[in-house]
Design a protein around this ligand. Structure first.
Ligand code: PMP
Length: 409
């Protein structure tokens, strides 16, 4: 006799019974604590330094539309069909060619197409992390990476650093002490700080990973948006990094985020595990988007487009840098990123940028407070400013409002 036969069902209660609870991970990982305040940034009068949105007037709408028209006219049966999980061969080859053009030997088979680089992060977390595993992150760190690792049940530990990023000596000590599985880093024009890790530190970070046994997730959505200075080689290109670095990239900041196209370049065993994870997540990234992007890469000059975008972003960065001394309280400090979309400011010790935000938003301008980006002890006097979405004139007006909001004028 089975247990089911022997134990009579309890009588049904009248009315609906309580549902089983959500998974612990869904209860443990919250949304952004400042999202409610920032919801009002959609108001048209708002000057929004808080968003992380590429400037939409710079999208190559005509070029992208032409690429979609071409693939839908010429290969509709393919463009509208299911495709392989790894991604369309033409796009993988186009992306591999871009890596080779930057001196990193890469075949189409060394990478898969992902639904934005955000999916790459989730796939790597799924493939590598057990609940309770330790992940090392930068302090401060990209928020949605903290979420992805939170959903994987990871214990997140911040690596000390400075204005240039992670300190490799501190990294090594933490690796020995905490036995982490992976380090997550955005070494170029980091979100949220805009800072860039110098070449010698990249080599040192790769050497720690080689010596101590550590996966590195190198997230690089902003590296192409360089306004000045020399390109710094990827951690993935350092000696000893070949079998232990997952390099994430994206067309979001160089073409358009609505395409949801990214890639994951990783050693073969990790790539295979991520393909299985991606199958379970979404089967594949939309075929028509992949083919249109491949077509765009083949027919157009993406580098020339990125050069035009970077020139405009540079003017906007300069407009923000020119106005910050007047806008922020005396004693504030900020950095001067050589590219990307963000800069990072620190007000004097007594300021709390989370507490100040509602008053600032009342002046129709917004920033993101720094505190939520910290996995360790938050520095409450910090804030992130996105300088790319407004024109220099709007930036000037916005900084005037910021001053009024911060100083209670
Ligand atoms: N990584 C970082 C550091 C980011 O800032 C972003 C976008 N804000 C992403 C990944 C995700 O980008 P996407 O999924 O659009 O490629």
């Amino acid at each position: 006799m089975t247990v089911a036969e022997s134990a009579p069902l309890p009588p049904a209660r009248s009315g609906p019974a309580a549902l089983p609870p959500f998974a612990a991970r869904a209860r443990a990982v919250g949304g952004s604590p400042v999202r409610d305040i920032l919801a009002v940034t959609a108001r048209p009068e708002m000057i929004n330094f808080a968003g992380g949105l590429p400037a939409p007037e710079l999208f190559d709408t005509e070029g992208i539309a032409e690429a979609f028209r071409a693939v839908l006219a010429e290969t509709p049966e393919r463009a509208l069909q299911y495709a392989t999980t790894e991604g369309e061969p033409a796009l993988r080859e186009g992306l591999a060619g871009r890596f080779r053009g930057r001196g990193l030997a890469t075949d189409a088979g060394d990478l898969i197409v992902t639904t934005g680089s955000q999916q790459g992060l989730a796939l790597v977390a799924t493939a590598l992390l057990e609940p309770g595993d330790t992940v090392l992150v930068e302090d401060p760190c990209y928020l949605a990476a903290l979420q992805a690792f939170g959903f994987a049940g990871a214990r997140v530990v911040a690596v000390p650093g400075d204005a240039y990023g992670i300190d490799p000596g501190a990294l090594e000590e933490l690796v020995v002490r905490e036995r982490p599985k992976l380090l997550y880093t955005v070494p170029t024009f980091q979100n949220p700080t805009g800072r860039t890790l110098p070449a010698d530190r990249r080599a040192a970070v790769a050497a720690v990973a080689a010596r101590r046994g550590l996966w590195i997730v190198e997230d690089d959505p902003y590296g192409e948006l360089r306004f000045e200075g020399e390109r710094v080689p990827w951690i993935a290109a350092q000696p000893g990094a070949g079998d232990r670095v997952a390099l994430l990239g994206s067309l979001s900041k160089v073409m358009a985020p609505g395409l949801r196209l990214g890639w994951l370049r990783a050693p073969a065993p990790l790539l295979r595990a991520c393909v299985v994870a991606k199958q379970a997540a979404d089967l594949h990234t939309p075929t028509v988007n992949q083919l249109a992007a491949a077509r765009y890469l083949a027919d157009r000059d993406l580098d020339a487009h990125v050069g035009r975008v970077a020139a405009v972003y540079r003017e906007r960065r300069d407009a923000m840098l020119a106005g910050l001394a007047d806008a922020l309280p005396e004693g504030s400090t900020w950095n001067r990123p050589e590219g990307g979309m963000f800069l990072w400011a620190r007000l004097p010790e007594s300021y709390d940028t989370t507490a100040l935000l509602p008053g600032v938003v009342a002046h129709d301008v917004a920033y993101v407070p720094g505190a939520p980006f910290f996995a360790g002890e938050p520095d409450r006097a910090t804030l992130r400013l996105c300088f790319v979405t407004q024109t220099p004139e709007e930036i000037g007006v916005g900084l005037g409002r910021l001053r009024a909001g911060l100083l209670g004028e």
